[in-house]
Ligand binder design. Structure first.
Ligand SMILES: Cc1cc2nc3c(=O)[nH]c(=O)nc-3n(C[C@H](O)[C@H](O)[C@H](O)COP(=O)(O)OP(=O)(O)OC[C@H]3O[C@@H](n4cnc5c(N)ncnc54)[C@H](O)[C@@H]3O)c2cc1C
Length: 505
């Protein structure tokens, strides 16, 4: 497409919602451009608890529409991307006199099992905690627990796979490109972008603008689009800690805290446990959100109420924090604000249309994109029809329960790979792991080793196919090898990537 061409749809924001909308729109035949000011998923979409879940807790707030839609999405998304999404069982320990009565939890789990179109995920069961191995790491407080199904997702990869697929379907996908201003001009949008690396500005024209900037949505409305007095989202910070593995069981725990909040402790990256999250109102710049000492204390204290071996600050190997862009429904407490999404289309009397996205979960991103496409169709004319359910994200074209078979296939093709390496590559790249490994016949063919099992072949692939630019992109979003590489190894990777970027410039 030439520089002067007018795109049908211009999306601001490369989080899950922006990338999901761009992919859906490109697949229907719209011409699409997307600009992300930093790296894909560098905002909220890499800072989640990483669950594809109905949201058991939301039933308490009567969010039946959201919970049903989210439950239905679990198996749809698993089938779309079985490399980065997989089922997980959750153990909810119960003791008499606890915060919620057993009948309430049972009712919630009954709904969970019956309103969500469950086909492959196993149903809820009750555990005898005097015998079940799930009791092993916990204090001896529980005689009973409920075990139920939800899903796990590599959130940052889900985003970049949507961006990749959108690009493969013809979208112009721009990383590190900030939208500086967007103004209406003769029934069209004139969008001024700035390249974060070179400072170069460009004006792109489009028929419809989508503001999918998550926690920045009001800022973009005010600063780039020039709206006054906007207040649509409530920003709520949530933080996580990653600690050395607290238990060997493959199941995750769902804990109820004395303050009424809930918390997860999840097996993470083989050697770790992920614990979170918190909920507190946030007023700063979302790009600068960091976990506070009070949150660290809260997470350690709450987890230690359950684990017999307390969780301490010294166990922490990594933390991350993100800001939920919740649609502001005027709820009094942050944890009570709705988790549902709201799409608002503006632009009457021939004005170029603007679609604002407020809220939205990773779990519902595909449905949110379908709703966005309905509005886009209303505004600029329908193209194509719904297509993403039943599609595959890049590398996800294998059966939902076929991960082990994919690993075995990869090992047969590349016998020199260590089993753990093959497993990691299939988790991240699915069937595309073969493209990445190409003709390699030995470890030496993978090029320089940076640390753990990260070789130049993978780094080069991520630069070429997934817009990776800095070490951080590779170590904390495309992979989680940041947990394994030393500082010196990270510095070497940074230098390698800097050289690769200047050679490409
Ligand atoms: C602590 C926490 C836990 C969560 N856990 C879960 C969970 O377990 N399951 C689940 O389903 N959901 C979960 N969520 C919700 C989910 O993560 C978010 O709702 C979702 O990621 C929001 O995506 P987004 O695309 O709207 O926003 P973002 O991911 O923030 O994307 C917006 C993007 O816009 C870009 N941007 C901003 N301004 C501009 C500009 N001017 N020009 C160009 N780009 C710009 C930003 O850089 C950013 O990348 C959680 C959220 C949090 C915070």
């Amino acid at each position: 497409m030439s520089e002067q061409a007018i795109f049908d749809v211009f999306v601001i924001g490369g989080g899950i919602n922006g990338c999901g909308i761009a992919r859906d729109a490109a697949g229907r035949g719209y011409s699409v451009a997307l600009a992300e000011m930093d790296d894909f998923a560098s905002g909220t979409s890499s800072g989640s608890t990483k669950l594809i879940h109905g949201g058991l807790r939301y039933l308490e707030h009567y969010e039946f529409r959201l919970v049903r839609e989210a439950l239905m999405e679990r198996e749809v998304l698993w089938a779309m991307a079985p490399h980065v999404i997989w089922p997980m069982r959750f153990v909810l320990p119960y003791h008499k006199g606890g915060l919620r009565p057993a009948w309430l939890i049972r009712l919630g789990l009954f709904l969970y099992d019956h309103i969500g179109g469950r086909k492959l995920l196993p149903a809820t069961s009750t555990l005898d905690m005097t015998r079940d191995p799930a009791a092993a790491p916990l204090k001896r407080l529980f005689t009973k627990a409920f075990e139920y199904s939800d899903g796990w997702v590599d959130d940052a990869r889900l985003v970049v796979l949507n961006a990749r697929d959108a690009a493969d379907r013809g979208a112009r996908i721009m990383a590190r490109t900030r939208v500086v201003s967007a103004r209406r001009d003769n029934g069209r949008w004139a969008i001024e972008t700035e390249d974060a690396l070179t400072g170069k500005r460009e004006t792109v024209r489009a028929r419809l603008l989508v503001n999918a900037t998550g926690p920045w949505v009001d800022r973009v409305l005010a600063d780039a689009i020039g709206k006054n007095d906007v207040h649509n989202v409530r920003l709520v910070q949530g933080s996580h800690i990653v600690v050395k593995k607290k238990f060997d069981d493959p199941r995750a725990y769902f804990f109820q805290n004395p303050d009424g909040r809930i918390m997860f402790a999840i097996p993470y990256q083989d050697d770790f446990t992920l614990i979170g999250t918190t909920d507190r109102d946030f007023t700063g710049n979302p790009a600068e959100v960091r976990i506070s000492d009070a949150e660290i204390d809260y997470l350690c204290r709450s987890a230690s109420e359950y684990f017999s071996d307390p969780v301490t600050k010294d166990d922490i190997v990594w933390t991350y924090s993100a800001v939920r862009p919740l649609y502001d429904d005027g709820a009094s407490k942050a944890q009570e604000a709705t988790r549902d999404y709201v799409l608002r289309l503006e632009g009457e009397n021939g004005q170029a249309p603007l679609l604002n996205i407020f809220g939205g979960k990773l779990t519902t991103y595909r449905r949110l994109a379908e709703s966005a496409l309905e509005k886009i169709g209303e505004a600029i004319g329908i193209k194509g029809s719904k297509w993403t359910a039943g599609s595959h994200l890049p590398g996800g074209d294998f059966p939902a329960a076929g991960y082990d078979a994919e690993v075995a296939k990869l090992k047969t093709h590349y016998p020199f790979l260590a089993a753990s390496h093959a497993r990691r590559l299939v988790r991240l790249y699915g069937t595309r792991a073969k493209q990445l490994l190409d003709n390699a016949a030995s470890e030496a063919d993978l090029g320089r080793r940076f640390g753990a099992d990260l070789y130049a072949a993978e780094v080069d692939w991520l630069i070429a196919h997934e817009w990776a630019l800095r070490a951080e992109d590779v170590l904390w979003r495309r992979t989680k090898l940041g947990l394994k590489l030393s500082r010196a190894e990270t510095a070497e990777l940074e230098e390698y990537m800097r050289d690769a970027a200047s050679a490409a410039a």
